[in-house]
Ligand binder design. Structure first.
Ligand SMILES: Cc1cc2nc3c(=O)[nH]c(=O)nc-3n(C[C@H](O)[C@H](O)[C@H](O)COP(=O)(O)OP(=O)(O)OC[C@H]3O[C@@H](n4cnc5c(N)ncnc54)[C@H](O)[C@@H]3O)c2cc1C
Length: 273
């Protein structure tokens, strides 16, 4: 994270823009439990969209539905996402919806469907580790939607998600091919991964289909594989860096540790030294 406040995130977005990298910003937080909190999050993102326009940044925004009150009142959450999508359209940017634990997937896709029916520049994340995702991908593509495909960051039971990483990796590439078959410059498809071998396979498949570069992108997290992000962009691949900010960083931090056991040792060593 470049900092806890949105200003630091947008400063970082500006630095990335100067070297040809796009960005996506997201405020850390999830599972709010009151309407007031949910409304404050929506108001905050609205200000962020204005700030992106004021600074002229090539920056998208990504939101979590439980941060916008999905557990409190689904209608309120949908209203907020509709308002943010309309605002994003007027500021010339794109709104992304993160995907959370598997029990939120049905509700997330239902909200996405309602918003996508009105606003084309809204995308949703799908997780390759979920057994249900091939069917969900067909449903989102059927709506003319944009997908950000990730491997999946939550602990899920084996009947819901593949227990083996190799199964998730294989599923990811199959889903990626299907997304590229549907990709067009107006219907951006995104691969959110730091797995460079996978990115190379995706790139080779896109090249074999002679897809225009603007129809697909790679998104990576701030601070991970930074040199490779720049190298990919220099080779003509659209790359965006997902920049998180905020004070509610603990669940996010634990997920980042779980993604790579070496990170846990890195933290332990820095605590004892
Ligand atoms: C842009 C973006 C958006 C995302 N949005 C969501 C979402 O909405 N919902 C969701 O469930 N998940 C989301 N994720 C997280 C995702 O599900 C994975 O948990 C995460 O990306 C790690 O998987 P990987 O694809 O990078 O592949 P892996 O095979 O796990 O990693 C490949 C290599 O990347 C490096 N790497 C990966 N993660 C880390 C890390 N934390 N620290 C240091 N090095 C690392 C390592 O060198 C590793 O060997 C998102 C990820 C990205 C990049």
């Amino acid at each position: 994270m470049p900092g806890e406040d949105v200003g630091s995130a947008l400063d970082a977005a500006g630095s990335f823009a100067s070297v040809g990298l796009g960005s996506v910003v997201t405020a850390l937080g999830e599972r709010v439990s009151t309407r007031e909190e949910a409304e404050a999050v929506c108001a905050h993102y609205s200000e962020v969209l204005d700030a992106i326009r004021a600074r002229g940044l090539p920056t998208h925004v990504s939101v979590k539905l439980t941060h916008l009150g999905l557990d409190v009142d689904r209608a309120l959450c949908t209203k907020s996402v509709l308002a943010l999508a309309a605002h994003a359209a007027t500021t010339g940017t794109m709104l992304w919806i993160d995907i959370e634990e598997s029990h939120y997937v049905d509700a997330t896709l239902a909200v996405y469907g309602q918003v996508r029916a009105v606003h084309p520049r809204v995308g949703v994340c799908l997780q390759a580790y979920l057994r249900r995702t091939p069917a969900d991908l067909e449903s989102v593509l059927g709506m003319g939607g944009s997908v950000r495909l990730v491997k999946g960051a939550y602990r899920e039971p084996p009947e819901v998600a593949f227990p083996k990483k190799s199964e998730t990796d294989a599923a990811y590439f199959t889903l990626a091919q299907r997304m590229l078959d549907a990709a067009t410059p107006d219907r951006l498809q995104v691969f959110g991964t730091h797995d460079l071998a996978l990115v190379e396979r995706v790139k080779a498949y896109a090249t074999s289909k002679r897809l225009p570069n603007k129809s697909w992108e790679v998104h990576m997290l701030y601070g991970i594989r930074s040199a490779e992000q720049r190298a990919l962009a220099a080779n003509g691949v659209g790359v965006r860096v997902l920049i998180s900010y905020g004070t509610h960083w603990f669940p996010w931090y634990v997920r980042r540790l779980a993604e790579r056991p070496a990170n846990v040792w890195f933290v332990v060593k820095s605590l004892v030294s």
